[in-house]
Write a protein that binds this ligand. Sequence first.
Ligand code: PMP
Length: 351
Amino acid sequence: MSRFLAEKYQGMEPYTPGEQPQDRKYIKLNTNESPYPPSPKVIEAINAEEVSKLRLYPDPEAKLLVQAMAKHYGLLPSQVMVGNGSDEILAFCYMAFGQKGICYPSISYGFYPVFSEIFGVKGQAIPLKEDFTICIDDYKNVGKSIVIANPNAPTGICLTLEQIEEILQANPNDVVMIDEAYVDFGAVSALPLLEKYDNLMIIQTFSKSRSLAGGRLGFAFASEELIEDLNKMKFSFNPYNINRLTMLAGVAAIEDQAYFEQCSARIQKTRAYTTQALQALGFTVLPSMANFIFAKPSAISGTEYFTRLRQAGVLVRHWNKPLIEDYVRITIGSEEEMEALVQITKEILQV
Ligand code: PMP
C-alpha cells in the first residue's frame, strides 16, 4: 500500500475472484463459466471488419443491444440497461440506491459486502436458516434496499416467485434487486413481476448461460424510472461501458435461442448426473438450480477435498469461513470433465 491511498480504503478487503491459473492445465470448475463456447453466431459476428472499427468509440446508448434485449424479453428499451458484466450493474445500483443501506444474505455473492465498503453504503448481512435457505420474514419492512441472488450463490438454492413477491410487497419504498446471474439453469425469473412492482430491479448476465464471461456483459430490467437512475450513474462514470465487440457478441447471442437452450439443457443434465454420483459417494449436495453445486464430503474435510482435487488438476472453489468450510462449490463442466471429477473423487476417497 502506498502512503497516498485514501484513508477510507486502507482497511478495505477487496473481492477475491476465483483463480485463473496459467501454470498448468486444470479441469477448471471454480468460476462458474460455461464449458461450451459462445454461439457460432457470436463467432461469426466478430470479424476483421468489426475489429478494424475499434478505432471508434462504441455507441454509449448501446442501442442495438438494448433493442435486441427488449425484443427478446418483451419489454420496452427504456426498461433495459446493459453493463460491463453484472458486477458493474450491481455497482451502479449500490451508488444509486444505497443511501439507506443495503441488506443481503450472510452467505451469498462475495461482492455484496465489498460494494458496501467501496461505496460507503451501510451493508447488513442477514443470516441464512440452518438449511441454507433464506428466511423471507427477515426481509420484510427492512427500511433499506435489498439484494438477493436467486438462485443464491454459492448454495444454488432458489426462492419461489411468491416469496419474492412477498418481499416486494413488504418493502414498497425500497428497491429490491434480484440478482439472477444463475437463473437460466432451471430457475424462474422474476420478470413477470415487473409490471406490478416499481421497486423491482432484475439483474442478469451473459457470463454463464450465454458463454460470454470474457466479453463482460450484464443487464438489468426494471421500471423506466429505475433504469433512468442507473443510466445517470453510468453516464457520470463510464458512458462507453460496452465495447464494440461485446455489443455485437451480445446481439448475436441473444438471437440464438436454440443454442442457448441446448447448452442450458446439457448443463442441467450434467448437474443431475454429478449430484447423483457425489451423493452415491456419501456427499451432501444442496438442491441447486444453478450451473454449480455446493457439496460436502462425509469422510474428509472441505479443505482436504479442495486441496486433493487441486493436486490432481481439478480446480473448485472453497471458502475457509464458518458454516461453509466443509463445502466446496463445483461448477458444472462438460460431461467428460464431470466424469473425471467423479473418478478423481473416488481415488481421493479410495472407494
Ligand atoms: N452475481 C452473482 C451471484 C455472481 O456469482 C456473479 C459471478 N461472479 C456475478 C453476479 C457477476 O457476474 P458478471 O459480472 O460476470 O456478469
